[in-house]
Design a protein around this ligand. Sequence first.
Ligand SMILES: [Zn+2]
Length: 248
Amino acid sequence: MRRVKRLPLGKKAVAYLGRCQKNTNRKAEAGVLDIEKEWKSARKTQTMQAVLKTLQKMMGSRERCMYCLDSHGSDIEHFRPKALHHKRMFRWRNLLLCCTECGRLKGNRFPTDGKRPLLIDPTKEEPWEHLDFIPETGHIKARFDPRINAWSPKGEKTVETLHLDRREALEAGYLKTLRRLSRIIDNFLENPSFSASHLLESLSADDEHGLLGWIFIGTGQHHPPFKDLREQHPLIWEKCMADFSINR
Ligand SMILES: [Zn+2]
């Protein structure tokens, strides 16, 4: 996962979503709302295609799923499931991009602690504050939160809901990205001739799975070769970290 910047929608799409939401609310009040039917008929429109395109654009040229960052993001996902929260069915800020597998796993699941969601919304928060990556296995698991002396509950529920710790294809994908990023750092350590911005640029270009967040914000900085970069080239490290954070 990685932090995703939400782009503004076009005027036409904003107006269309507003109208759809109004209709939905009216039908719900009248007791005649068929959520699936309502969504399916809107989903077919060109305006909703434009909404999907905007979500895909938010993920850059690879158009990856916002939850797993591994497969193609092919569908519009409701962060708060439409079956449970029809009042947010057409709210732009409730719409994410997902792949078939994440969409199937998430379904109508929406864990909460009673009030707040226990599921990471990558458009609203930094996923690696709640998640950890195990470089030996390629698993994603909850991050340990020293403030509460326990694993992040949001991280735990996100991993559980999306099976982030038991999808072989995911592990392989994340490990491949880890190898690429490690190679870039190894090369730099052998021959530290290029600048921090050049280094970060190379790393970003190969970071298909958002692991730079794990390295600069999460616990990746304690693992070699990232740890070696931090210890041997503190200024380069600081600059990369600062530039990485600014671009979030
Ligand atoms: Zn996915």
